[in-house]
Design a protein around this ligand. Sequence first.
Ligand code: AMP
Ligand code: MG
Length: 313
Amino acid sequence: MLTEDQAALLLEQSDVVAIPTETVYGLAARIDRPEAIEKIFRIKERPSFDPLIVHVSSIEQAKLYANEWTEIHQKLASQFWPGPLTLVVSKNDKVSTVITSGLDSVGLRYPQHLLTLSLINKIGVPLAAPSANKFGKTSPTTAQHVKESLPEVEILDGGDCKVGIESTIVSIQNGSSVKVQLLRPGMIQWTQIKEALSGFQVEFIDSNKKIMAPGNLEDHYMPELPLVLVETQVAKSELKFKIKEIYKKEFNNFVELILSKEAVIAARELYAQLRKLSQSQSDAIYFQVEEYMKNEDWLPIMDRITKASTFKI
Ligand code: AMP
Ligand code: MG
């Protein structure tokens, strides 16, 4: 485990470091260290088409990398930052296209974790950071998770992540009309974004399941054991027959993923539970969908669970 000074030194030397944020742990590199950026993709086995989010420690710093910063940018940033919201904005040439996978936009976020903010302040340069796990697998929400996923990486330990799932991503596109689009749901809700911008001339583009942000694939956040999403009313004793019927595969021992009813707490529990249950002596994990999970506050959690699942019944 690193001290802040040690983390700063490693980053200075073009190395990568795992950092805490309120969403999940990130695998960070200074945006002005191209070798370190490439190392992120290598360590994570992340495809180069999947852009990285750039983490800043103030709104002022974010503005240094944006091609334009309108009242709309300012409104969302001032209302939701520091916090679990990423703004995809038109970038300037201070941000390398290796970070943005060739796009002329960049995802910017001002996270809410004092250790990481202090680290970015000390360095004076933003940190590009995706989640600190292998591509497509369950994201880490504790330093221990990072150690299990990426044993070779040094960690700045900031305790357990308070939000527990990745940020809401919203893009702002300026043209003849301004378009604001939800690219990934997160704990800051789309309704909150729309409310915040209610006084502005904006065209809102609601996302459907099929969009959208590069890298936001159908299969993601996958635990080590297969996850079965149970959307119909099935007795537990019936599960194994159902699965066998559909998938012609013998699954005998199941373990249930149980989350708190309150979305804010469920989000915090989700990844740790998926990791823990994956270590049990079972063939699969199952998760029973309930009516209250159709509410907006559960949307980002259901998004992750759906993508993490391999079977649906
Ligand atoms: P994470 O999964 O937290 O590493 O967040 C990275 C995700 O942010 C990517 O998979 C993209 O979906 C999204 N993203 C980052 N930068 C951009 C961008 N410039 N345009 C669209 N989506 C982006
Ligand atoms: Mg990730």
